[in-house]
Design a protein around this ligand. Structure first.
Ligand SMILES: [Zn+2]
Length: 406
């Protein structure tokens, strides 16, 4: 029997959380929470290619918080199966031999439950090309619906003591890498993917909106994989700004000063509308929205030059004003999870492989993991994660094998 946090949604409770979630974050971890601590039957791998994984650390992601708070879109409802165990940023120990990997191997998990995991043969066109994040079959095949591990009723997720994963999801962790660094591989792979989606022109200017974990990892990926000449980072909280400066941002400002800061990078004209945020005619080549709020997306759209590109790196906030998208002929692109990246000259590499290599050379990454909690303290963990920016914390994670202190 294994301990797990389970997301179960009863409509009235869920709707309650949806109304209250944004106004009173503490309440979503109280009586209205769609989450509960349960003891589950140990999952058993019943199909070829599946194995048990014992999570060592499992991160809490903005998308998890949006799901629990009921603020994410109902669009997701047919893409998940209930009840599920959340947690898709995972480092753990393999308990069974799995293909070429031996039991005892420490692994990180590429979370998409795509064609390979679902036994879909032949795979969809996207999986065939390596773009597993774009898989069209995430609701069919052997498994119940679930776009990723952490949203599927059958696989379990990272916020538990035991879960299942498919060989296609497993990546061995180099021996010298700490668990705290390894738990950031999945979000780092997402950041690398969004930087490839950004297609920054050589010597281009970039605006990164937000410097929580996603923003900082995005900045690190920008430095590693592009030749961006000038990167402006807008961040609300002091520790975020300090981390952005350390990670190599050229200019770090509060969001309210970002329009001015971007104007300084070129010969942009700043205009102030009768209502709402000021904007530029001119601006950066590329902006990356890394917070999931509509005001951050507004800021990204309003500081990108005509013909430039805006990348949405997380579940987008609703209600952004798309007028600049039209008027400035911007390209608005999404960046969801990871897959393979095109390195030019016909060379492609799995994003996870690139993330593992980059993280191996950046042991300082582990400092982004600011707090870990046993599963029994899930309310404290989620409250901490919700207020992470304010509290000066980046990543909050569960340490599922830890016993709760009494
Ligand atoms: Zn597929």
């Amino acid at each position: 029997m294994a301990l797990a946090l389970e997301f179960y949604r009863s409509a009235p409770k869920y709707l309650g959380a949806r109304t209250l979630g944004s106004k009173a974050p503490g309440l979503i971890t109280g009586g209205l929470a769609p989450l509960r601590l349960v003891t589950q039957q140990d999952p058993e791998p019943t199909r070829e290619g599946w194995a048990r994984v014992k999570p060592r650390l499992a991160g809490i992601c903005g998308s998890d918080l949006a799901t629990i708070a009921g603020t994410s879109s109902f669009y997701f409802s047919p893409l998940v199966s209930l009840p599920f165990v959340p947690g898709h940023e995972i480092v753990g120990d393999l308990l069974d031999d799995c293909g070429d990997l031996k039991a005892g191997q420490r692994v990180v998990i590429s979370s998409v439950l795509a064609c390979a995991a679902r036994g879909e043969d032949p795979p969809c066109e996207h999986c065939a090309a390596g773009n597993v994040g774009r898989c069209d079959r995430v609701t069919v095949g052997h498994l119940k619906p679930g776009l990723q591990t952490g949203y599927c009723a059958e696989t379990g997720g990272g916020w538990s003591r035991l879960m299942l994963a498919h060989r296609s999801q497993l990546w061995p962790v180099p021996d010298g890498m700490s668990d705290a660094t390894a738990v950031l591989i999945e979000p780092l792979a997402c950041a690398i993917h969004s930087v490839f989606r950004a297609a920054v022109p050589p010597g281009g200017t970039v605006h990164v909106v937000g410097a929580g974990t996603v923003g900082i990892l995005t900045l690190i990926a920008l430095k590693a994989f592009t030749t961006a000449d000038h990167v402006v980072v807008a961040a609300k909280h002091q520790r975020q700004r300090a981390a952005a400066a350390m990670a190599g941002a050229d200019d770090v400002v509060r969001p309210e000063h970002a329009v001015k800061a971007v104007r300084r990078t070129g010969r942009a004209v700043k205009l102030t509308p009768e209502r709402g945020m000021e904007f530029l005619l001119g601006g950066v080549d590329v902006a990356l929205e890394c917070t999931g709020s509509s005001s951050a997306l507004d800021l990204a759209l309003r500081t990108t030059k005509a013909g430039g590109r805006v990348v949405v790196s997380g579940i987008p906030g609703r209600g952004a004003d798309l007028t600049p998208l039209w008027f400035r002929e911007l390209d608005l692109v999404g960046a969801y999870t990871s897959g393979v990246e095109d390195l030019g000259d016909g060379v492609q590499r799995p994003t996870f492989e690139m993330a593992i290599e980059l993280a191996s050379n950046l042991p300082i990454l582990e400092e982004l993991v600011g707090a870990t909690y046993p599963l029994g303290r899930w309310r404290d963990a989620l409250d901490h994660a919700m207020a992470a920016g304010k509290l000066g914390t980046f990543k909050v994670a569960f340490a599922p094998q830890e016993r709760q202190e009494i």
